[in-house]
Write a protein of this length. Structure first.
Length: 278
């Protein structure tokens, strides 16, 4: 969800708007749950899988200058040390399909921290009330570094390439991949006890998310930050209430999966290399 930190969503996200068939949605949700799994990245190995995917999407494909240049094959920055990370994986191939992170406005001891968008996009935070500084730091967070593997951003019906392992071809990408990552972000923010959520994204993406009931409010001007992007705000509790009823089964599934992996404090592992221990 964070400007340069968000890969482009599938146009087919619109299939889950008001004109979608309930039967079609139910079928696709059932198929999605069978084919994909969400994992909280709570150790060094899973976190570096997310960093590797981000490197592939943001640096290699989109040519964004993100993360620590000292790590040429992993995209990570100082905010990752205490961010909550989540992975979406295709079950049969084992391929990491997507990832996201939630950066908290205060650590577990209540020490306040500035969000990434307050550092890099401060000039675009122009809304008089929808600003991170307007809320208690313990209730503020930012969703960012949402990335989707290039194959799973392909349009359904297009040619399907062979899997990276050289085995069977990957299935036609589900149009629920990008949307499910935002549902996972909503669930993860709730599990972390946060309410006020900020993100940088393209205005067109915010409009697409409204079809799912995720009504982000624009919190600043559109600025040139790896393309035209703006800061957006959403109340996590309101997002749960406004979510489209036909997507609720998928959201509850994702929420239950993350809860089952949750420790009491959702510990965050500060890792410096793939070989370090948490």
């Amino acid at each position: 969800m964070n400007t340069a930190r968000t890969s482009r969503p599938e146009p087919s996200l619109t299939r889950y708007g008001k004109d979608a068939s309930p039967h079609d949605i139910d079928t696709r949700i059932t198929e999605f749950i069978a084919q994909y799994r969400f994992t909280l990245a709570l150790d060094h190995a899973s976190r570096y899988r997310a960093y590797a995917l981000r490197h592939q999407v943001f640096r290699e494909e989109m040519h964004y200058r993100l993360g620590d240049a000292a790590e040429p094959t992993f995209e990570r920055d100082a905010y990752d040390a205490e961010a909550l990370l989540c992975l979406l994986t295709h079950r049969d191939s084992g391929l990491d399909v997507g990832c996201l992170r939630v950066v908290l406005g205060a650590d577990s001891d209540g020490e306040p921290r500035r969000l990434p968008l307050e550092e890099s996009c401060a000039h675009g935070l122009s809304h008089p009330t929808l600003h991170p500084a307007a809320f208690a730091r313990s209730e503020v967070c930012e969703v960012s570094r949402l990335a989707v593997h290039r194959h799973f951003r392909r349009t359904p019906g297009s040619e399907v390439p062979a899997s990276p392992q050289g085995g069977e071809a990957l299935p036609v990408p589900s149009p629920l991949v990008s949307l499910s990552l935002f549902l996972a972000a909503t669930a993860l923010v709730g599990l972390a006890g946060r309410r006020h959520v900020f993100a940088m994204m393209e205005p067109r993406f915010a409009r697409l998310l409204q079809l799912a009931g995720l009504r982000f409010q624009q919190a600043g001007e559109i600025i040139d930050y790896c393309g035209p992007r703006a800061a957006y705000y959403i109340d996590q509790q309101q997002a749960e209430r406004d979510m489209k009823a036909n997507l609720t089964p998928l959201y509850r599934h994702i929420q239950a999966v993350l809860v089952s992996q949750q420790t009491q404090t959702l510990p965050v592992v500060d890792v410096t290399s793939p070989g370090t221990t948490g």
